[in-house]
Design a protein around this ligand. Structure first.
Ligand code: HEC
Length: 135
C-alpha cells in the first residue's frame, strides 16, 4: 500500500524540480542578443549622481559604497564579490551583460526593482559600475 504512494510522491517532486530550477536566478544565462546590446545613454553629471544615489541604497550593502565588494552583507551571506576598483574585474563583461545582470539579478544578487522600470537608469548604473575603476 505504501509503495505506490511513495512512487507518486517521488514523481511529483521530479515533476516540480525543473520549474524550480528555471525560477532559480543562479541559473541565469544571458541571452546572446542581450549581451550584444550597446549602451545608448550618454552620462551627465546629474544622471551619474542619481545612479550613485541608487547604488548607495540598493547595491552598496553588497558591492561596497565605492564598488570594492566590501559591503556589510558580504560576510553574513558569504558572498564572493568582485572588486570594481580593479580594472580587470569587469573587463570580460560586455555593457549588455552588465545591463542584463543589473536588471535581472544573478546568483545571490537580486534583480534591481527600481531600475527594472527604467532602462536609462540601468544604463547609467552600468556606466557608474565601470567608473569605479577610474580615479
Ligand atoms: C545581496 C547582495 C547584492 C546586491 C544588493 C547587489 N548585488 Fe550585484 N552582485 C552580487 C553578487 C553575489 C554578484 C555575483 C553573481 C554571480 O556571478 O553569481 C553580483 C554581480 C553583479 C554584477 C556583475 C559583475 C560581477 O560582479 O559579477 C554587476 C554589474 C552588479 N552585481 C551590479 C549591482 C548593482 C548595480 C546593484 C544595485 C542595483 C547590485 N549589484 C546589487 C550581489 C549583490
Amino acid at each position: 500500500m505504501l509503495k505506490p504512494l511513495f512512487v507518486s510522491c517521488t514523481l511529483f517532486l521530479f515533476a516540480l524540480s525543473p520549474q524550480q530550477q528555471a525560477a532559480d536566478p543562479a541559473q541565469t544565462v544571458i541571452p546572446a542578443e542581450a549581451a550584444k546590446m550597446v549602451n545608448p545613454v550618454k552620462p551627465t553629471p546629474e544622471s551619474q549622481a542619481h545612479a550613485k544615489k541608487i547604488f548607495g541604497y540598493d547595491c552598496a550593502m553588497c558591492h561596497g559604497v565605492n564598488g570594492d565588494g566590501k559591503g556589510d552583507l558580504v560576510g553574513d551571506l558569504k558572498l564572493k564579490m568582485k572588486d570594481y576598483t580593479d580594472p580587470a574585474a569587469l573587463k570580460d563583461f560586455t555593457d549588455g551583460e552588465l545591463f542584463y545582470i543589473i536588471r535581472n539579478g544573478k546568483g545571490q544578487m537580486p534583480a534591481e526593482e527600481v531600475a527594472r522600470a527604467n532602462p536609462e537608469d540601468v544604463w547609467n548604473m552600468v556606466i557608474l559600475v565601470r567608473s569605479f575603476a577610474k580615479k
